[in-house]
Design a protein around this ligand. Structure first.
Ligand code: ADP
Ligand code: MG
Length: 302
């Protein structure tokens, strides 16, 4: 009988809305799944046939420790998604890899420490005269942490934010603010075993007054992804697979897309480490996920 670990942590489990549905679906598919805390030193990870990262979200402030833990687990059992995928997808520098593979992405400028942040912001604004507003965020981050929206007139504040990110050892990512999000939100598309399952609409997180929201249950509603959004998301996953030399589709993946001023969808973010998969918003999502897991473990789902 295969054993599966679904990885979370104490503080995140209460806000993991997928877990209960996933556990039920695993049971129905004949999988023995256990909820485990990545920070619990008593867990013997080698005793599992597969370990799935689900909601170990306490890692955001402890990234080196989390990656060391991932390495340890990957050395003794199957980690999903695999370690190279986790490493690559945790740093939004991957946007450059996607762009190089002709995937439409939010135009992204990376600013590393060393130069003058004010000059970097000025150059970015010169290169994006169409952008009434822009975003400064770290390349490594989650939950809108350190993500800020600025009007063009606030270049000095934006430069100060870039400098702040650099002082924390982070690389800054500058993007035009894509205004469609204020009206239409973003579309987050969920895939299991490389096959599209469902999508949600996520409300905008960056308010005009500077307030930054974190994604909550209430900020999501079910949405049917349009064909052009699915095409872009599928292209992004294919590019990720080619970039990393993967021989099989990922058991789970989320691609967040947003529409640019011309109406075309572009990738805002790839979520390949520990994404919320928005199972409460899809009747068939939990079963599809459990079946993709069973398939990967070589068990025929009932
Ligand atoms: N270029 C952008 N245009 C419009 N909204 C953005 C942009 N970048 C980020 N946002 C908003 O900020 C939120 C968080 O940014 P995101 O890039 O998804 O980082 P995180 O990794 O923190 O989720 C998004 O869900 C979106 O609402
Ligand atoms: Mg996001």
């Amino acid at each position: 009988m295969s054993r599966l670990a679904l990885v979370t942590d104490e503080t995140s489990l209460p806000i993991d809305y997928d877990m209960a549905l996933l556990l039920d679906a695993c049971r129905a598919a004949g999988l023995v799944a256990e909820v485990c805390d990545w920070e619990d030193p008593a867990v013997d990870w080698s005793g599992f046939d597969a370990v799935l990262l689900r909601s170990p979200w306490s890692y955001v402030d402890r990234l080196p420790a989390f990656l060391t833990w991932c390495e340890r687990v990957a050395a003794v059992t199957d980690l999903h998604n695999p370690l190279p995928v986790v490493r690559w997808s945790l740093d939004k520098l991957y946007m450059a890899d996607l762009a190089a593979r002709a995937v439409p992405v939010v135009p992204s400028t990376f600013v590393r420490s060393g130069g003058d942040p004010s000059e970097a912001v000025r150059q970015f604004l010169d290169g994006h005269r169409e952008a009434a507003e822009f975003v400064v965020k770290p390349t490594v981050g989650a939950y809108s942490k350190n993500v800020q929206r600025f009007s063009r007139s606030r270049a000095a504040d934006a430069a100060a934010h870039v400098a702040q990110l650099h002082s924390e050892g982070l690389v800054a990512l500058l993007q035009p603010y894509l205004e469609s999000v204020d009206r239409d939100g973003e579309t987050d598309l969920i895939y299991f075993g490389g096959v599209y399952s469902h999508a949600i609409r996520k409300s905008p997180m960056l308010m005009p007054d500077g307030t930054v929201n974190v994604p909550t249950f209430e900020s999501r509603t079910p949405r049917t992804a349009e064909d052009d959004e699915r095409a872009v998301a599928s292209a992004a996953l294919a590019a990720a697979g080619a970039q990393l030399g993967l021989d099989r589709p990922l058991v789970y993946a989320r691609v967040d897309v947003i529409r640019s001023a011309d109406g075309a969808p572009v990738v805002l973010e790839l979520e390949l480490c520990e994404p919320s998969l928005n199972l409460p918003f899809s009747d068939h999502g939990p079963t599809r996920f459990a079946e993709a897991i069973a398939d990967r473990l070589g068990i025929s789902a009932r």
